[in-house]
Write a protein that binds this ligand. Structure first.
Ligand code: ZN
Length: 118
């Protein structure tokens, strides 16, 4: 089943078909507005965003590990303190990816519930 550009409203279960790419919120989640109940709901990140987030988180983790071993003090707190932005980015991305997984799981659950009712 082709699910691209098809979004199921979590409120009224209407399937919204978009001919254009939906807007994204600040975290990169797709924002879709239901034409029937006007509920605004979020859809998971696009693959491009997920790849970009994983790359960004990897670069920052590598950079923190590098600092950790370079100084030979193996002081994790100090290494983290040397990368304040990196730490913020990692936390932000972990939260985004966690929310992404939750959204994906919920959509799969909704789809299963819908199919049992048909
Ligand atoms: Zn709706």
């Amino acid at each position: 089943m082709k699910t691209k550009n098809r979004y199921s409203c979590p409120e009224c279960k209407t399937v919204v078909v978009l001919s254009y790419k939906p807007e994204k919120n600040f975290m990169g989640f797709q924002k879709i507005s239901c034409p029937i109940c006007e509920n605004l709901f979020l859809y998971p990140l696009t693959l491009g965003y997920v790849i970009f987030y994983w790359m960004l988180v990897s670069i920052n983790i590598i950079s923190i590990i590098y600092t950790l071993f370079k100084g030979r003090t193996y002081d994790l707190i100090k290494s983290l303190a040397n990368h304040p932005l990196g730490v913020v980015i990692i936390i932000y991305i972990v939260i985004s990816l966690y929310r992404n997984q939750k959204l994906k799981r919920k959509i799969i659950e909704d789809m299963n519930i819908n199919s049992t009712h048909i």
